[in-house]
Ligand binder design. Sequence first.
Ligand code: ADP
Ligand code: ADP
Length: 237
Amino acid sequence: MIEFIDVEKKYPNGMVALQHINLSIDDGEFVAVIGLSGAGKSTLIRCINRMHDISSGKLIVDEIEVAKLKGKEIRNFRRKIGMIFQSFNLVTRTSVIHNVLVSFVPELPFWRKVLGAYTKDQKRKALTALDQVGILDKAYERVDQLSGGQQQRVALARTLAQNPAIMLADEPVASLDPVTARQVMDDFKKINQRMKMTVIMNIHHVELALEYADRIIGIRKGEVVFDGSTKDVNQNV
Ligand code: ADP
Ligand code: ADP
């Protein structure tokens, strides 16, 4: 469970990007965070895995007070929380499977890192993750020869291979065409429903948010202005 208790985030330049944030997100929810550009969506999501520190209030993720984590604890904590970005952040000029395997690098002993040698179990996990997003047949192709949607699925597979409990996504379909965007949204839905993973996604396409998410959180000028189930929204429009 994720709990924001009166959270404020102020950037060093004085910009208050979030204030009075009180939210509680249960395990297994599919939440879409919507709002105009600059509303604070990205800041909100990035506080959850501590890419950003909050300025005041409390943020609790699975009973851990995020602000209190230190050094190695932060790294272990981040491994439980997957994050997908608008840009896929892949290693170009190499294969799809290599891009998924790099997620295991922090776990490798030094000599294996030097040799780039992954264990059989890691390879199996990587292939399973590629299968889960429907691109197993592309495993040995060069990642930069895939379409945008396929590249986003590689990024998804890389995150899934870590078996996180929570999947954060910051505008994951913003740079994709409408058809491909839906395919990637279908993958998120599958991850949420079949793998019981909590999904929290920033998305400016309101129609996609209403179609795929179970809950909508609307942000405006750093504050929550709407929070309700997608069903309720659909009944009222
Ligand atoms: P959104 O994701 O809804 O577009 P952001 O969370 O990126 O909004 O930004 C919220 C506000 O905080 C915006 O006014 C933005 O310009 C500002 N902001 C974001 N990142 C920083 C930063 N690193 N330093 C200062 N201001 C920032
Ligand atoms: P994205 O939408 O992919 O998060 P942005 O263009 O909003 O990208 O922001 C890119 C980077 O610039 C982020 O690290 C963000 O924190 C930072 N940033 C955004 N707005 C500001 C701002 N007003 N001042 C300083 N940094 C900012």
